[in-house]
Design a protein around this ligand. Structure first.
Ligand code: EPZ
Length: 420
């Protein structure tokens, strides 16, 4: 079993290069299924969720080569000849949901095991299903599988999402790309990774406009072809290092990013009294480790991202004063606060709200990561704490953070990855 040990109290100094965005790479990797051609994807992060997506494509018959040193993936889906993916492999990650739409668009039917996903409340896919049915597919569920079939082919239409679901927006964009006629998505997700996917699909010959707004128009085309495309930088990885620098203290430059994607994190750190300097392609965070508590509510982009909520919660456990967090996206995403309580953190959670009373210090102990962002939160708390912390559940952190231990060590943190 892997553990991360942290000896707290070391401030962070230096520059960290941000990798490509996992949650943008997954939709793009699965949508190569439509190209029936070779795609060269650059800036692909070397994390376990991405490796799993490559394994899934290989199982379906695609040829995938990933060059870890350069982050380039060469994916040829011409030989891909299966439209089904078993439950045991797709249940490991939420991103597998995109297989339903991609295989449906390519083969006219798909048979995919129920997708997994981090455990913070229910993760329904009713909006995805509503999109597929709008496009003319019949969707049924049996024995842990989702069957989608379009006997008369896929035909464009209009769909309104009850909430701006990232996954459902991705799935309908992919599926509608090869449908006959025009599709309109209203109340679409506006995340940078939605824009990234639209740019990729358009490079492959699709005709998508409006990505990044609440209304996306997809004009179906006959076929797509391969292309070369670079994934945007990971705004959540970048935000994680920004908040770590604010919480622990020091001076950290977060490099190779798109500062506009970081606006809410920059604003909240600044509100807390942390010095954040925004440059063209990097952000410098300077902190003496003392800052005020703030209140925040997670919202769909361009609101404060839910994937930054645990990291900020750890930060607020160290602030002066009381903070409030409202988790506006998931039922509840506060299990990490129970772990930080073991270190002396003081918080109270009622449904999707947390009240955090900042402490001048936390004390290291054994804690467990319940999901990848919770793991990042525990790392932040541990680096600011006194004494040694041992974090288990490391495999969850590795799903979305490439070499987080190496990157933190390069900033001066006393962090170690060990096998026991
Ligand atoms: C994506 O999940 C991300 N995962 C999540 O990141 C992220 O937290 C989330 O978007 C929100 O930004 C990937 O990209 C692989 P949603 P997704 O559909 O698509 C409800 C991480 O840490 N909903 O936008 O599943 C849903 O329950 C992970 O990297 C329905 O009710 O999120 C949630 O409350 C964690 N019905 C809300 O909408 C549906 O059909 C937003 O979900 C779909 C969603």
């Amino acid at each position: 079993m892997k553990l991360i040990t942290v000896r707290g109290g070391k401030k962070l100094y230096g520059k960290v290069d941000v990798s490509g965005m996992k949650n943008s790479a997954l939709p793009i990797i699965f949508s190569t299924i439509l190209a029936k051609d070779k795609c060269i994807i650059e800036n692909v992060p070397n994390v376990s969720d991405i490796s799993l997506s490559f394994d899934i494509l290989r199982l379906l018959g695609a040829k995938v080569t990933y060059y870890q040193t350069t982050g380039v993936a060469v994916i040829d889906t011409a030989p891909l000849d299966k439209n089904f993916a078993t439950y045991d492999i797709v249940s490991k990650m939420r991103g597998s949901t995109y297989l339903i739409g991609a295989l449906l668009a390519r083969f006219g039917s798909s048979h995919v095991g129920w997708p997994g996903g981090c455990d913070f409340g229910s993760r329904p896919i009713d909006q995805h299903i509503k999109g597929f049915e709008m496009l003319g597919a019949k969707v049924s569920f049996k024995e842990g599988y989702i069957d989608a079939v379009a006997p008369s082919g896929l035909v464009g239409g209009s769909v309104y999402f009850d909430m701006p679901s990232v996954g459902a927006t991705v799935n309908v964009m992919i599926t509608a790309s090869l449908a006959k006629g025009e599709t309109i998505i209203d109340n679409a997700a506006r995340e940078p990774h939605i824009v990234d996917l639209a740019n990729f699909l358009n490079m492959c010959g699709a005709d998508i406009t409006g990505a990044g707004t609440s209304t996306i128009k997809i004009r179906g085309v006959e076929a797509l072809h391969g292309c070369t495309y670079a994934i945007v930088p990971d705004m959540i990885e970048a935000g994680t290092y920004m908040v770590a620098a604010g919480a622990v203290g020091g001076e950290v430059t977060v490099n190779r990013i798109i500062p506009k994607h970081m606006e809410t994190v920059t604003a909240k750190l600044t509100e807390a009294g942390v010095d954040v300097e925004v440059r063209d392609t990097e952000i410098v965070v300077r902190s003496d480790g003392s800052f005020r508590g703030v209140s925040l509510r997670t919202l769909p982009y361009p609101g404060f991202p839910t994937d930054m909520q645990p990291q900020f919660g750890a930060f607020m456990c160290l602030a002066e004063g009381v903070s409030n967090i409202t988790e506006g996206i998931f039922d509840s995403r506060f299990r990490y606060l129970e772990e930080i309580k073991k270190m002396g953190g003081v918080s109270e959670v009622v449904k999707n709200k947390a009240i955090i009373t900042g402490q001048s210090k936390l004390v290291g102990t054994k804690v467990h990561s319940t999901d990848l962002r919770a793991g990042a939160a525990l790392l932040i708390a541990a680096m600011a704490a006194e004494g040694e912390t041992e974090i288990s559940g490391v495999e969850l952190i590795e799903r979305g953070y490439f070499d987080i231990v190496g990157k933190l060590r390069s900033l001066g943190a006393d962090v170690e990855l060990i096998e026991v």
